[in-house]
Each structure stands twice: as C-alpha cells, then as structure tokens.
Design a binder for this molecule. Structure first.
Ligand SMILES: Nc1ncnc2c1ncn2[C@@H]1O[C@H](COP(=O)(O)OP(=O)(O)OP(=O)(O)O)[C@@H](O)[C@H]1O
Ligand SMILES: [Mg+2]
Length: 383
C-alpha cells in the first residue's frame, strides 16, 4: 500500500521539471507536485513536509548543492536523483547524496512511475536497505577491536555526515563508554527491552549523541548479570531496528565464540576481522577464518584488517595473505602514544592528533569503507 506523499521536483530546467510534473501529478497516492528552480527554497518546504518524495536534478552546477543535499537527506525524504550524465561517478555522487534511486535524463514515464510507486510504498518504519552492520571482530582479546570500532565510527560520521551508530555488544566487558568518557543514561539492555519497537524519535533517545556529530553511541549493560538475559533473537531484532534509523552501524564485541557472538557475526553485513602481525595471532586468525568458511558467508563479507602494522615487521603482508588465503583489506599503523593519550583523555584520536599517521589512517579507512559500500550499490544498479 502506498502512503500519501507530496513530490518536490528540484530542477534548474523548467521544461524537464514540467515534464516530470505531468508524469506524476495524476497518481492517486500523490497529493501535490511542487516545482522549484531554487533548490534552497525547495529544501525549506521539504523540511516542513511529511513523507516527502524529492526528485532532484544534478545535471548542472548548483550553488551549495552538497550542503542542500545533506540537509534534505536529514529530512528522511525519499530521494530520486536525475542527471543527463550517468557515468559511474555521477551515480556514486547521487548515492552519496542519499538517493534511493538514480534515473538518467530524459526520464522515461514508465521508469519514473515504477520508482515512485515503489518508494511511496516504503514506510518510514521499513529498514533502510542501504544500511550496513559493520562488526569489528577478532577471536583474540586485546587486538584493538574497541579502538578500531570507536575511531572508524567517529570518522564515518565526519566523512559521510550520515547517521552512524556505535554499539557496544561486548556485553560483559564493554569499554566504549570508558574510552570515550561517557556516562550514558541508557544501555543496550534497556533499548532492547523497552525502546526497540518505538518510533525513531524515542528509539534514538536510548543512545548518547557524541558531541556535535552524527555519531550515536549505545553502551553495554551497566550490570554484568543483565548481559546474560539478551537472546540471539533479540540481536536480530536490535539490528533490524538499528537499520531503520542509521546508515552505518559499527559493532564492537567480545572475542569469544558463543551463541550470541555467532548471531552477531552471522547477522552482520561486514566483518572487519582484525589481527596483528605475530605468529600466534595469525594462527588464531586462520582457525577463525575456517569457522567463517564453514558458515558460508557471502563473498566480500569478511575483510582482513591488520592492526599495529609496522613497515619493517619481519612478517610481511604477502606472507600473511598467503597464510590466510585472503587479501588484506586495510592496515592500521602502530602508534601506542597517540592511542593511549586519546584513551586517557576519553576522546577519539581525531580530537587528539588528526594529522598523526593513525589519525589520517582512520580518516582514509572511513572514506574507503563508505566508498566501497556505495560502490556495491552502484554495481547493483549497473547489473
Ligand atoms: N594501532 C595501535 N597502535 C598501538 N596501540 C594500539 C593500537 N590499537 C590498539 N592499541 C592498544 O592495544 C590495547 C588494546 O586495545 P583495545 O582495547 O582496543 O583492544 P580490544 O580488542 O578491544 O580488547 P578486548 O578484547 O579486551 O576488548 C590498548 O591499550 C590500545 O591502546
Ligand atoms: Mg574491547
């Protein structure tokens, strides 16, 4: 069933705007189609609308386009982007602006109606198909999972401006609130028990908004005995609820392999499987990769991350790749002093020293993760 919507057409070209209007204004679930050549003015009206569908053209240079697109994205509008140019780069740009669909110009009536009908039937309560659960995991303790989860999530929020959740599922020994010096009013146990079926506004109250960013943090249970009451089924429900609200969900967890951990790993879209460069760690990694293989995860789900990497290590990356039978996705340099300073001051690395080797590494890491996720979506468009 379609929800009643207003369509906002943002197009510098009056003629093509009129054509889009004529294609869509008689649809029974559309109550009005509004045309704008001034994108900022369009945004001001979209902000006030409930359930808006936005058709935004990016064929021409538009002043402040990125800023306006960022604002529209935050209105939970359903965005269709059109352009006379349909190179891969343009599609990537469109997806970054939050497009649910991309249509090349001239727009064909059948394509437009199909896309609008599909978007109008998605209720705001439905899961956002572009959302990804990214879990940082290692089957060995103390490898750097929490450090990586925190700094990757913080940079993802900065680089993409999308809503990012950082969730502490290390249910008995969570460290995120300590590392970031937070005193959260709620925790994952409370959110699962009381907020999981609430609307976005209430659900998000269970999280601590991190400073002036789009990062939201959900902490581990305050009491160890509460951690045992969370079931694998509730993990699935939590992930579903998170995907309705956040674009990127970064999970920190324990290194054990128990039913809850397996559920987290099974239900994740990506596993950033982290190891360091030494023989015992690599042996353990090998065993864990065998376990992942036996669970027949989709290709590209498990990505190897090397932490505390040093150029002159005796074991080189090629050796690791040969032993593990996988390519290394990312390397994070060893920088104990910067990381310890961040932890001791209860903040992210970027706030201590963004230009350090590790500060810039996390920025590049977040950019790569978001680029790769967007590229996966582009491949789906292209096939
Ligand atoms: N790239 C790095 N360079 C130097 N030190 C690091 C690096 N990454 C992590 N560390 C250090 O390693 C230690 C363990 O890190 P962290 O707590 O993030 O690991 P963990 O895998 O989450 O541990 P646990 O299994 O206890 O949850 C910390 O003292 C941290 O400062
Ligand atoms: Mg940890």
């Amino acid at each position: 069933m379609q929800n009643i919507s207003t369509i906002f057409v943002l197009d510098k070209n009056e003629q093509s705007g009129e054509i889009i209007k004529s294609f869509t204004e008689n649809l029974e679930f559309i109550n009005e189609v509004k045309l704008y050549e001034d994108y900022q003015k369009g945004y001001e009206d979209i902000k006030q609308a409930s359930n808006p569908i936005v058709i935004m053209d990016i064929s021409e240079d538009i002043p402040d386009l990125h800023k306006i697109a960022e604002n529209i994205k935050l209105c939970t509008a359903k965005i269709i982007i059109t352009s006379i140019n349909y190179s891969t780069n343009t599609i990537i740009q469109a997806l970054r602006m939050g497009a649910k669909e991309f249509l090349p110009k001239p727009v064909l009536k059948d394509d437009l109606i199909r896309v609008i009908t599909m978007l109008a039937s998605i209720s705001p309560e439905d899961e956002n198909s572009q959302s990804k659960i990214i879990t940082v995991y290692s089957n060995k303790g103390g490898i750097g999972k929490t450090t990586i989860a925190i700094n990757l999530a913080a940079e993802l929020a900065k680089v993409t401006k999308d809503k990012v959740a950082l969730v502490d599922l290390n249910l008995q020994l969570g460290d995120i609130s300590t590392f970031l010096n937070l005193n959260p009013p709620f925790d994952v146990n409370y959110v699962i028990k009381h907020l999981i079926d609430k609307d976005e506004e209430l659900f998000i109250k269970g999280f601590e908004k991190y400073k002036d960013t789009s990062l939201y943090i959900l902490s581990d249970p305050s009491y160890i005995e509460q951690s045992g009451s969370i079931t694998p089924q509730q993990i699935t429900e939590l992930f579903k609820a998170l995907k309705k609200v956040f674009t990127y969900i970064v999970i920190d967890m324990s290194s054990s392999i128990d039913p809850i951990s397996l559920k987290i790993l099974d239900d994740s879209d990506w596993i950033l499987f982290t190891t360091i460069v030494n023989i015992p760690a690599i042996r353990n990694a090998q065993r864990c990769l065998n376990l992942f293989r036996s669970r027949i995860y989709p290709a590209q789900k498990v990505k190897i991350v090397i932490n505390r990497y040093m150029e002159n290590d005796e074991i080189n990356i090629e050796d690791i790749e040969n032993t593990l039978g996988e390519t290394v996705y990312w390397k994070i340099p060893n920088n104990y002093f910067t990381i310890m300073e961040a932890i001791n001051r209860g903040t992210s690395i970027a706030e201590i020293n963004p230009d350090s080797n590790i500060g810039s590494n996390f920025r590049d890491f977040a950019a790569k993760v978001s680029d790769d996720i967007i590229e996966q979506a582009v491949i789906q468009y292209r096939v």
